[in-house]
Ligand binder design. Structure first.
Ligand SMILES: O=C[C@H](O)COP(=O)(O)O
Length: 330
């Protein structure tokens, strides 16, 4: 079997480090000018869902690429050190060695492991000797309604415990009351508390009411220095959707156009199927280009996506891939 190639994406992933977003002063005029053409966005999103996103012959390679972009996540009240250790073993070796060899790859890992603060030390120990970073959900995840000083302190403790990435949650009320200064100030302070750790701003878009609010919140978090903007905690009633993704991706593009700064994107919550992962990758390539197919600028926040990708890869190797994919990819 030939080594997989997308013809577009070099494998294996390089895990390049990316400059942090320095942010900028809050520009309220820019924020006020932000629009979101909801019906156009929804039309575009609807047109994406129905088509095959990646050519059949490239799908295995793109699925391997998708694995390298997963923040492999466990965020459950019953998490234990044992569960986190097993997750980290999976992060080190996300698919069976035989499968990887048959696909002409070696050394594939996920993008990061994402856990609650209490599990950071366990994950850091379990990933020793690898380049896989640990991401901590801090700042009173998922609601972000703990006392402010405790939210900031949680970031510091997660960094001290070894987290290299911090997924913060914003205060939704600042968006819902259009208090952009408060949103900017809190994001700025959280970013400072992260020190050298990269910061992903979780907008909890399912709780922000409108796509315009999503666009404005995205912009403000980027102005305040977010390295990534992330859709959801996975705990809201509605998590990552295509309309929200288009809105956030275009906010990233506008921010790059105006400032030259590249900000990453992390859809999270409910992304569990290989075909959805392929759709997201095609969307990133179309809307933002190849840099957003690397782990420094794109991640999936997902707890069960890897399992489905593994199944699709096994189908590929056993020759059932085409038929299975015709069904799975619609
Ligand atoms: O940040 C990641 C999400 O919590 C994962 O959500 P999920 O369990 O629906 O994949």
């Amino acid at each position: 079997m030939p080594a997989p190639t997308t013809g577009l994406v070099s494998l294996p992933p390089a895990h390049p480090s990316h400059d942090r977003n320095p942010g900028m002063a809050l520009d309220l005029d820019w924020v006020a000018s932000v629009q979101a053409n909801t019906s156009a966005i929804e039309r575009r999103a609807a047109s994406l869902g129905g088509r095959r996103s990646v050519k059949k012959e490239y799908q295995a390679a793109w699925l391997l690429k998708a694995i390298s972009l997963i923040d492999l996540t466990t965020l459950a009240g019953d998490d234990t050190p044992g569960r986190v250790q097993r997750l980290c073993a999976k992060a080190r070796q996300p698919v069976r060695a035989e499968t990887l060899t048959a696909l002409g790859m070696e050394g594939l890992t996920v993008g990061a492991v994402c856990v609650y603060h209490d599990m950071v030390e366990t994950a850091v120990r379990a990933l020793e000797g690898t380049a896989i970073p640990v991401a901590a959900v801090s700042t009173g995840f998922p609601a972000g309604l703990s006392p402010w000083h405790l939210r900031v302190q949680e970031i510091r403790e997660s960094v001290a415990a070894g987290a290299q990435e911090i997924d913060i949650v914003i205060s939704r009320r600042h968006v819902l009351t259009q208090n952009w200064q408060a949103l900017y100030d809190e994001m700025r302070e959280m970013r400072e508390a992260c020190g050298e750790a990269h910061v992903k701003a979780i907008l909890a878009t399912g709780e922000l009411g409108t796509l315009r609010n999503v666009a404005k919140a995205s912009l403000i978090c980027m102005m305040a220095g977010a390295d990534f903007i992330k859709t959801s905690t996975g705990k809201e009633g509605v998590n990552a959707t295509l309309p929200v993704s288009l809105t956030m991706i275009r906010a990233i593009r506008d921010y790059q156009d105006r400032t030259g700064i590249l900000v990453g994107y992390k859809p999270a919550g409910g992304i569990a199927k290989a075909k959805d992962a392929l759709l997201y990758l095609a969307l990133m390539k179309d809307e933002l280009g190849h840099p957003w197919l690397q782990p420094d600028l794109f991640r999936f926040g997902a707890s069960s996506l890897l399992g489905d990708i593994e199944r699709q890869l096994e189908h590929h190797l056993t020759g059932h891939y085409s038929a299975a994919n015709r069904h799975a990819m619609g």
